[in-house]
Ligand binder design. Structure first.
Ligand code: ADP
Ligand code: MG
Length: 715
C-alpha cells in the first residue's frame, strides 16, 4: 500500500471511543446545562447577600466604580461557587492586542505555614491583577522600564469556569491597561464605544420623542466559519502547523463546484464534535443557534444568538477556543485561518450588528407604526452616513495577512466597502431623496409628512451575498471580518462612527425642531439630504464583478486591496479625530494599534516565507529528486527530462526566495512590509507554483505532504 493510501485508511478509521457524551433527557431540570458554568446574575442573586447583590446591580447599571467592601463580598461568593465546581485556579482572562485571549493562572490555595493550605480570594484580587505585560504587544505604549500592566475586572461580562480533563479554572473577564491607564486590549475601547453610542442614541431618541429608554446597547451576532481536518494530516504538514495555512498544494479535482457540501448532511464525526462544542458552550452561557456545512469541503459554520457587544465579543473568543480545543478529542484539528487552502473558499466571520434599547426595542427594526418607521429611518440613515464617511477605517479593522487572500478574491466580499439595502429599502431611500417614487409604492412616504414604509421583507430571497455590509431586515451584517479575528476593533469602530453620525444628524434635527418644523417633516428632510450626500456607498449589484471595481472608482470609493494599503486608514487624521472626539481611543492608543497590526503582518509573512523555503528545500526538493532518479535509472528519458526541468526551476526559485528572506529589515516598518508584500510574497508563490506542478507528476509514494483531496474529503 502506498504511503498516502495507508494514511487515508487509518485516517478514515475514526471511532467514537471515549468521547461519547451520551444523550441527556432534556426534559429533566438537572439536565438543563445552559449557563451552568457561569457566575450569572441568577447565581449572584442566589449567592450574594441581598444588599450586596442590589448594590452590585446598581453599580453595574450606572457604570460606577466598585468599592472594595462590595468587591470582597462578591469575591468570596465567587470563590465558593468556583470551588464547588471544582476550580483550583483563577485567571484574569483578557484580550491583549495579539488578537486572541491571554490567561495567567493563580491558585486559590495559599499555604498556611502548618503544612496545610486555605482557599483565599479577596476583592482586591478580583478587581485587579498585575500580569507581567512585557511579553504582550503594546505598540510602544509601555516604555520598557515600566513592564507592568494591570487587568481590571469587567463586571458586565460574567465570570465563567473552563473545564479540562484534569481540573477547572475560574475565568474573570478583565480589561488590560498600562500603568498610565492606556488601553492595551480590545475590550476597553469596545466598552467605551458602547457608552458613547448609548449616549448619542438616547439623546437622538429624546428628540424623536421617545423618553422611555435609558440605555442603548449595541448587539453582535457573529457567524463563525472554520475548517476541520484529520489531525494526522495536520501534523504531517509543517506549513499548517507553523503558518496555519497550506503554503503548497495543488487544487483538488473536486472543489465546491458540485455545491454538494453547502448545507449537506453533516458527517457523523463532525456532528459528534459539533454536539460536544455546543454542550460546552452552553455550559459557558454561549447561546448557539445554528450550525451547518459551509460552501467549501471540510468547512463548517456555527452561529450564536446575538448578545450585547462586549459579551458577544468575549463569547466569540470562547467559541474559537472551544472549537479548537475540542477538535483534538475527535482526532481533528480546527483551522480558523482565513484562507487555509488556496483555491478553496476561505473562512469569514459575519458580524451582525444592531442597536437595541433597554426596553427591548431594536432601532434598526423598521417596525409597524409610522413613528417606528421614523425612528428606523433616522438611525438607518446615520449608519449609511457613518459607513460612507469612515469606509476606509472600517476596512482597516478587518485587515490582516490571512484576509489578504480572501477579501476581493471572488468569494468573500470585495475590499471595497459598500452597503446593500435590499430592493425595497433602497427604493424608499431613493424615493425620499428624489421626492418622486415608484408609483406602485405607497405614496405617503414620498411627501414631507411622517414617512410610512411599505412592508420590508425580513427574510427576503432578496439577498446579496457579494455585499460587505448588508441590511438584513433588522440589523446590518458586516461580512468582511475574518474567521480568525477578534471582534473588538471592528465593533469599536462601528459603534463610534455610528455614534458620530447620530450626533450630527441629531444636531440637524434639533435645529429643525427648534425652528418649528414638524418631527416627521424634519426627519424626512434629514433623510433626504443625508442620503443624497452618501448614496454613493449604496450598491445593490454584483460586488465580485470587475465592473463594480470601475464603478466604485468613479464613485470615489476606496479599494484597499491589501493590509499595508488598508492599515494607514487607522491613523488617518479623520480616524484619529473621530476616536479622540468621543474619547474612545487617544492618538497614542490609535497609533499603538496601527503599529501592532502592521508588525503582525510583517512577522507572519516572514514566518510563512521562511517556512515555505524550508519545506521546499528539505521535503519537496528531495522527493522530487528521488523521483527523478527513479526515472533516470529506468532509462525513461522523456519523463526524466520533464521532471529535471521542474526540479531545476524549483531550485532556482527556492534560492531566490532565500535571497529575499535574508534581506534585513524591521518587520514593523512600512517600507520593509511593502518589500515583503511585493517581492517576498510573489517569490513564495513562485516556489509554490513549481512545487504544485511537481506534485502532479512525482510518485504518490514519494510525495511528502498530504494532498488537498485527502485533507478536505476524508472526514
Ligand atoms: P439571517 O437569516 O439573516 O442569517 P438570523 O436570524 O439567522 O438571520 O441571524 C443571523 C445572525 O444574526 C445570528 O447570529 C443572530 O443572532 C444575529 N442577529 C439577529 N438579530 C440581531 C440583532 N438585533 N443584532 C445583532 N445580531 C443579530
Ligand atoms: Mg449570514
Amino acid at each position: 500500500m502506498t504511503q498516502s493510501r495507508q494514511r487515508n485508511v487509518s485516517a478514515a478509521r475514526w471511532s467514537v471511543e471515549d468521547t461519547e457524551l451520551g444523550s441527556d433527557d432534556l426534559t429533566r431540570p438537572q439536565n438543563q446545562i445552559f449557563g451552568s458554568h457561569v457566575f450569572s446574575p441568577a447565581v449572584q442573586r442566589q449567592r450574594l447577600p441581598k444588599d450586596v447583590y442590589k448594590r452590585l446591580q446598581r453599580t453595574l447599571e450606572r457604570g460606577e466604580a466598585l468599592d472594595v467592601s462590595l468587591a470582597d463580598a462578591v469575591a468570596s461568593a465567587m470563590k465558593d461557587w468556583a470551588l464547588e465546581a471544582g476550580a483550583t485556579h483563577y485567571t484574569h482572562w483578557f484580550q491583549p492586542l495579539t488578537g486572541r485571549t491571554a490567561e495567567k493562572h493563580d491558585s486559590f490555595f495559599s499555604p498556611t505555614g502548618d503544612g496545610n493550605s486555605i482557599a483565599e480570594f479577596s476583592g482586591k484580587e478580583l478587581i485587579q491583577g498585575e500580569p507581567d505585560a512585557s511579553s504582550f504587544p503594546t505598540g510602544g505604549i509601555r516604555a520598557t522600564f515600566e513592564a507592568r500592566g494591570y487587568t481590571a475586572w469587567d463586571p458586565t461580562s460574567p465570570a465563567f469556569i473552563l473545564e479540562n480533563p484534569n481540573g477547572a479554572l475560574l475565568c474573570i473577564p478583565t480589561a488590560f491597561t498600562s500603568w498610565t491607564g492606556e488601553a492595551l486590549d480590545s475590550k476597553i475601547p469596545l466598552l467605551r464605544s458602547m457608552d458613547v453610542l448609548s449616549r448619542s442614541a438616547i439623546a437622538a431618541l429624546r428628540l424623536l420623542g421617545d423618553d422611555a429608554p435609558q440605555r442603548v446597547y449595541t448587539t453582535i451576532g457573529a457567524e463563525q466559519e472554520y475548517f476541520l481536518i484529520e489531525e494526522q494530516y495536520y501534523y504531517e504538514r509543517p506549513d499548517l502547523q507553523i503558518a496555519e495555512r497550506t503554503l503548497f498544494g495543488a487544487k483538488p479535482p473536486k472543489g465546491h463546484e458540485l455545491d454538494d457540501h453547502y448545507f449537506g448532511a453533516i458527517p457523523e464525526r463532525v456532528l459528534a464534535y459539533m454536539l460536544d462544542t455546543e454542550h460546552q458552550l452552553a455550559k459557558l452561557g454561549v447561546p448557539i443557534k445554528t450550525r451547518h456545512n459551509e460552501v467549501a469541503p471540510g468547512q463548517y459554520e456555527v452561529a450564536p444568538l446575538f448578545e450585547t457587544s462586549n459579551v458577544a465579543a468575549d463569547h466569540q473568543h470562547l467559541v474559537m477556543q472551544v472549537l479548537e480545543t475540542t477538535a483534538r478529542r475527535y482526532g481533528l484539528v480546527c483551522i480558523l485561518h482565513e484562507k487555509p487552502f488556496s483555491g478553496v473558499n476561505g473562512s469569514g466571520k459575519h458580524n451582525n450588528w444592531s442597536m437595541g434599547t433597554d426596553l427591548g426595542g431594536n432601532l434598526l427594526d423598521p417596525g409597524d407604526t409610522p413613528h417606528e418607521n421614523l425612528v428606523f429611518l433616522f438611525f438607518c440613515t446615520a449608519v449609511i452616513k457613518a459607513v460612507d464617511e469612515h469606509a476606509g477605517l472600517l476596512r482597516a479593522t478587518v485587515a490582516s495577512l490571512g484576509q489578504d487572500h480572501r477579501l476581493g478574491a471572488n468569494e468573500a466580499p470585495p475590499a471595497i466597502i459598500s452597503i446593500f439595502l435590499g430592493g425595497e429599502l433602497e427604493q424608499v431611500f431613493e424615493a425620499i431623496s428624489s421626492g418622486e417614487g415608484d408609483p406602485s409604492s405607497p405614496g405617503s412616504y414620498l411627501g414631507m409628512g411622517t414617512p410610512v414604509l411599505p412592508p420590508l421583507p425580513l427574510h427576503g430571497g432578496d439577498r446579496n451575498r457579494t455585499s460587505p455590509f448588508a441590511f438584513t431586515g433588522n440589523k446590518f451584517e458586516f461580512r468582511a471580518p475574518g474567521s480568525n479575528q477578534s471582534l473588538g476593533l471592528t465593533n469599536t469602530v462601528l459603534n463610534t462612527m455610528a455614534a458620530n453620525a447620530i450626533d450630527e444628524l441629531a444636531e440637524l434635527l434639533s435645529a429643525k425642531l427648534e425652528a418649528g418644523t414638524e418631527l416627521g417633516t424634519a426627519v424626512t428632510e434629514i433623510v433626504r439630504d443625508t442620503y443624497r450626500n452618501h448614496r454613493r456607498v449604496v450598491f445593490g449589484g454584483d460586488g465580485y464583478s470587475a465592473e463594480w471595481e470601475e464603478e466604485a472608482a468613479r464613485r470615489g470609493l476606496k479599494n484597499l486591496r491589501t493590509t499595508p494599503e488598508a492599515l494607514p486608514e487607522i491613523v488617518a487624521p479623520a480616524s484619529i479625530a473621530l476616536f479622540e472626539k468621543h474619547d474612545v481611543l487617544s492618538e497614542r492608543e490609535v497609533e499603538a494599534r496601527y503599529e501592532v497590526l502592521l508588525e503582525q503582518y510583517g512577522v507572519k509573512l516572514n514566518i510563512e516565507a521562511e517556512t515555505a523555503a524550508t519545506v521546499a528545500r528539505t521535503l519537496i526538493m528531495p522527493a522530487s529528486v528521488a523521483h527523478l532518479t527513479h526515472l533516470q535509472q529506468a532509462g525513461l528519458d522523456a519523463p526524466a527530462a520533464e521532471t529535471r526541468e521542474l526540479v531545476d526551476e524549483l531550485y532556482v526559485r527556492i534560492r531566490e526566495l532565500e535571497r529575499l528572506n535574508a534581506k534585513e529589515g524591521e518587520l514593523g516598518d512600512m517600507d520593509h512590509v511593502l518589500f515583503m508584500r511585493d517581492e517576498v510574497l510573489p517569490a513564495m508563490d513562485a516556489v509554490r507554483e513549481t512545487s504544485d506542478r511537481l506534485e502532479r507528476i512525482v510518485s504518490d509514494d514519494l510525495w511528502p505532504l498530504p494532498l488537498y483531496q485527502e485533507m478536505l474529503f476524508i472526514k
